[in-house]
Ligand binder design. Sequence first.
Ligand SMILES: [Zn+2]
Ligand SMILES: [Zn+2]
Ligand SMILES: [Zn+2]
Ligand SMILES: [Zn+2]
Length: 245
Amino acid sequence: MSNVEREVQEHVESGSTKIHFDQQCFGKNWILQSNKQEQVDHFICLICKQVANNPVEINCNQHKDMNETFIVGENCLKKFLNDNNNKCPIEFHDGCQYYKLYEMQKQINQLNVICQRQFEDETKEIKEQVDGDIMVICDFKGKIQDMNEHLNNQCKLKVLDCWFKQFGCDHSYSDRDLKQHLVDNMEQHFNIVIKKFEYMQKIIEQQRDEIKQLKSEKGIEVEKLEEEIKLNNNNEEKKENDQLI
Ligand SMILES: [Zn+2]
Ligand SMILES: [Zn+2]
Ligand SMILES: [Zn+2]
Ligand SMILES: [Zn+2]
């Protein structure tokens, strides 16, 4: 990071909210917004108690006679095994056996949900007891399997980089918040552009000096070469003259 960028970072306040929608299990409260409790009861991950993503069933010989079915999200299980020296989460033995539940994954993928970012925003507002009605910015309704696509493309709460990113402002916001950020930080943004401009000017000057020096070094070399060639030529002429005599 250059000095300019560091100064800029100190300048602008922090607070970006990025949501990752990947391999983790799905928040139960989010899914319960559009589904009944009994629709999700069978999909609960044993480890995180949320709705399993990529569900697997743990099925070891060691606890075959237990009547329960042990469902976990694949990511949660892998993390558990990794953190616990590969011990099974049910009875803490070696050699945990499990298999993927493709049918269940299909059913989970078909669950109806609202936009995940909208839900998280609402939860935050309720927690922080923000006054007034909750604003619905993204009114997307669809299936879990469409969520990733939605978050990365049409979502109105999609996080955007600040317009001044290439000048060192590292912040990203939803569409609405970005506009506010641009208004609130006009002076800071102007300052970082000026600083970058001055920095680039300095680089151009440095390079100009380097080119000048290279040219003069080259000039001296060329002169030397020319002298050598002249000397050689003189010698050749002398030799030829000697031979003629
Ligand atoms: Zn889980
Ligand atoms: Zn086991
Ligand atoms: Zn959305
Ligand atoms: Zn900015």
